[in-house]
Design a protein around this ligand. Structure first.
Ligand SMILES: O=C(O)CCC(=O)C(=O)O
Length: 298
């Protein structure tokens, strides 16, 4: 195991809840991934592979679980330098929890509202890290990620809307976050933004003429186990995979009280719950984990 991150980068992650790192992945690997996504997005019908932008079924905003579908992404998620870096943040017994690929199409890309990943996927401890890998150069103009620096230090904030999990923090001020702490995570294609699971982050609509696409493998320490098995969290578990080190024989628990993401109806994605679309499209099926089921008519 090598030290891929500098001490300053590790320190920045601990202090601020994130760090942006260039040069971990080889350029050719990132180019190959981008061209695979170009080909996919050129396909007239993405079927079950992607979630479309609302109102424009020709444009995808999310490609589901790319590591389960495409070797190119499975290889990147298991890249030894990337895992070396992840190991510096969460230890060297590393499980790939899930993966996704967010597509912000030119002049379209949906907003991602302020949220903490841990609010969606609470675990027994907080040694989880998402690696957001830009496939395109990302700047403010094409809606790079924004992070509220240091916001990971105050636990899980409320993501409730009307008494149920709504997948977002409606206003930074409401949860006591100073807007001046917000940092734009700009980076060249191939840069990796390592995100602590409690850091509050978001991104704007893409108002530029350029794509902003990001592949996001999410990792956890092998001894971090989910404590919530509602459908949106449980569906990741069958594909969770130990990538390095040993399977845990014990679960490590951090003390405290964690909020559970109990939604009013089942949802397919962060976008859907943040929009409230799950309430009007009827979600999917009823489940013991939901407080009640809403239908298209409600
Ligand atoms: O792609 C982005 O800008 C944000 C990604 C994110 O926070 C998420 O999908 O949970």
């Amino acid at each position: 195991m090598k030290n891929v991150l500098t001490e300053a980068q590790v320190e920045s992650y601990r202090e601020n809840g994130f760090c942006v790192v260039e040069g971990i992945l080889e350029r050719g690997v990132v180019d190959k991934a981008r061209s695979l996504v170009d080909d996919l997005l050129a396909s007239p019908d993405l079927g079950d592979v992607a979630e479309a932008e609302p109102g424009d079924t020709t444009k995808a905003r999310r490609i589901w679980s790319p590591t389960s579908r495409y070797e190119t992404f499975a290889h990147i998620a298991a890249d030894s330098r990337l895992l070396d870096a992840v190991g510096q943040l969460i230890g060297n017994d590393i499980v790939l929890q899930y993966s996704k690929l967010n597509v912000k199409a030119p002049r379209v890309g949906s907003v991602v509202e302020w949220h903490q990943d841990f609010a969606y996927y609470p675990h027994t401890n907080t040694d989880l890290v998402a690696a957001l890998i830009y496939l395109d150069d990302a700047t403010r103009e094409n809606a790079c990620l924004k992070v509220a620096a240091g916001s990971h230090r105050e636990g899980v904030r409320s993501h409730e809307v009307d008494g149920y999990f709504g997948g977002k923090i409606t206003s930074l001020a409401d949860v006591g976050i100073d807007p001046s702490t917000v940092v734009d995570c700009e980076g060249q294609a191939g840069s990796v933004v390592f995100l602590h699971p409690l850091v509050v982050h978001a991104s704007e609509r893409n108002t530029s003429d350029r794509y902003r696409r990001a592949f996001i493998p999410a990792y956890r320490a092998a001894d971090a186990f989910p404590i919530y098995y509602g459908p949106h969290a449980a569906h990741n578990e069958p594909t969770a995979q130990l990538l390095r080190g040993s399977q845990a024989k014990t679960a490590r628990a951090e003390g405290g009280v964690w909020r559970l993401p109990i939604a009013a109806a089942e949802f397919n994605s962060l976008f859907e719950i943040q929009d409230g679309a799950h309430l009007t499209t009827g979600g999917k099926t009823s489940s013991g984990y939901f407080a009640h089921e809403k239908t298209a008519a409600s």
